[in-house]
Design a protein around this ligand. Structure first.
Ligand code: R5P
Length: 279
């Protein structure tokens, strides 16, 4: 049985449609004091449960812990967290800070496997006490870029693999930029001469949050006279005015997936998850 978190209802439905697993109807109630109560009445009929829940908000983490507890009455629980919120706080950046990713992961108990998609830092998976896998969904982005022999760039070293994977499946070259983060929504990209005049360029990153990284990268690239600049990311976090910041740079298109369900999430990771987790 596929059990969806509220932030992954479309993705979970797509996975159910591609497989023979039934999609459970999850119900939500609030107690008078504001506490959340999640229930899945049909769970009694299930032998195996596959929870699909992106944790984009505090509420979705609470939901997830309740769903895991509900599903623990089935004999096997596979947990898919397509986008794991708080995974970027994977260390103490300043004294006195928490390691939020570790705090949340160690609250998860009683699942047989955990699957993530292009998680920001895969070493956080070591904090789970079950088998884990981090799937690469770059292949689902590529059909949406209708350009020949583009140069595919990552805006920082962290997304080099993603750029290489997209480049090799489209048939183009890849390169990376150097980024320094100045604040939560401000970054500096070191100018780099890439020889991209009259070339199609695709910039890919694991996630777009405030859009600061992408807009800085695009502005630097546009000065070099490319014939087009398109953008791709796996996780469209799109905090605050990120979409406006991106489109105001006059990009060709944005391609992104349904690990976070937005109106721009045209690519789906459902087949990637179905192949590796459900079947
Ligand atoms: C950071 O290393 C990530 O790969 C992204 O580049 C970053 O999270 C994007 O954040 P923003 O859109 O706020 O610049």
């Amino acid at each position: 049985m596929i059990v969806a978190g509220s932030q992954s209802q479309i993705l979970a439905s797509r996975i159910a449609k591609k497989s023979s697993e039934k999609l459970a109807c999850v119900e939500y109630e609030r107690f008078p004091d504001g506490e959340l109560l999640v229930s899945v009445p049909e769970i009694q009929k299930a032998k195996r449960s596959i929870i699909v829940a992106s944790t984009t908000t505090e509420r979705s983490w609470i939901e997830l812990l309740q769903l895991i507890d509900i599903c623990s009455e089935t004999s096997h629980v596979d947990l898919v967290i397509p986008y794991m919120g708080y995974s970027r706080q994977d260390k103490k950046f300043e004294p006195g800070q928490p390691i939020s990713a570790r705090a949340l992961i160690t609250a998860i108990d009683g699942v047989d496997s955990v699957t993530t998609i292009n998680i920001h830092e895969s070493s956080v998976l070591d904090w789970f006490d079950c088998s884990t896998q981090n799937l690469d969904a770059s292949s689902v982005l590529t059909p949406f870029f209708d350009v020949d022999s583009p140069i595919v760039l990552s805006p920082d070293k962290g997304a080099i693999d993603l750029a290489q994977n997209v480049a090799s499946s489209i048939g183009g070259d890849s390169d990376f930029l150097e980024k320094e983060r100045i604040s939560g929504d401000k970054v500096e990209i070191t100018p780099k001469n890439l020889g991209i005049k009259d070339q199609d360029v695709i910039v890919v990153d694991d996630m777009i949050s405030t859009g600061g990284t992408m807009t800085e990268a695009i502005e630097m690239l546009k000065k070099q006279g490319p014939s087009s600049v398109s953008v791709g990311c796996i996780h469209p976090v799109f905090a605050e005015n990120a979409v406006l910041r991106l489109f105001s740079t006059d990009i060709e298109k944005i391609v992104t997936t349904d690990t976070i369900e937005t109106t721009l999430s045209k690519a789906t990771v459902s087949q990637v998850i179905t192949n590796s987790v459900v079947e």
